[in-house]
Write a protein that binds this ligand. Structure first.
Ligand code: C5P
Length: 223
């Protein structure tokens, strides 16, 4: 049995990908499976937190005892995150939100007849994490950064821009960790602190490290 050190805390987590519909049967999405976010939700629940899990479509088993809020699009995810944000103590944006969505969703299936090319027009989705950062009150906010190059430079810029208390950066060009696997190797970045490498381990062990750090920050703040 785990220590119930998150008792009394409300933890809001986003997980998985978003899907952005093109027509009734097609969509744009990405490779995120939701494993990292679900591992975080399970860790929080086992340590005694009240957990709200906002997740895109996935094939994962639902952790017991969490308030599960399924969504499809980035706009739906944004709405749910904003709805639960005021009551949350720790907020973790582990979802891989689609940066763009189709400008229009066709009401009927798009036909290929007579077409050699098809151009899709896309519009920017809201940056949910950026919005949460701008509205931050008591919450400690965690973001993720999936990078394929210049991990530290890109992630540091992201941490500052999105006003997060912790940015979990990972190199998604590696096949042995990250997307779809059960392990991850990450770097923790915090404002005014040196980067901290968290060597390769299970996603649930990474989740525990995140909460250890958040509890530390929370205690420091209350001193
Ligand atoms: O900007 P980038 O997508 O690399 O940043 C990653 C972080 O921002 C993740 O925590 C992700 O959940 C969040 N994000 C978001 N809304 C977006 C894009 C990313 O909340 N539209």
């Amino acid at each position: 049995d785990k220590q119930q050190d998150l008792q009394g805390k409300c933890v809001l987590i986003s997980a998985g990908s978003t899907v952005e519909p093109l027509d009734p049967v097609r969509y744009l999405s990405n490779n995120s499976t939701g494993k990292m976010g679900f591992s975080i939700a399970q860790a929080a629940q086992q340590r005694g937190a009240e957990v709200i899990l906002v997740a895109g479509p996935n094939h994962l088993a639902l952790p017991t005892g969490v308030n599960y809020q399924p969504v499809k699009t980035a706009q739906q995810m944004e709405q749910k995150m904003l709805e639960f944000y005021p009551q949350a103590d720790f907020v973790i944006m582990a979802a891989a939100v689609a940066d763009f969505r189709p400008m229009r969703t066709a009401e009927q299936k798009i036909k290929k007849t007579g077409l050699d090319q098809l151009t899709l027009e896309l519009v920017r989705n809201p940056d949910i994490l950026l919005e949460l950062g701008n509205r931050k009150q008591q919450q400690l906010l965690v973001g993720f950064a999936a990078e394929t190059q210049q991990l530290l430079a890109n992630a540091t810029a992201k941490m500052q821009r999105k006003k997060v208390d912790l940015l979990v950066a990972n190199d998604v060009s590696r096949a042995d960790v990250g997307f779809g696997t059960s392990q991850n190797e990450v770097v923790f970045l915090r404002p005014q602190a040196d980067p901290q490498l968290v060597s390769k381990r299970s996603k649930s062990a990474i989740a525990d490290k995140i909460f250890d750090l958040l509890l530390d920050l929370d205690h420091q703040r209350r001193k």
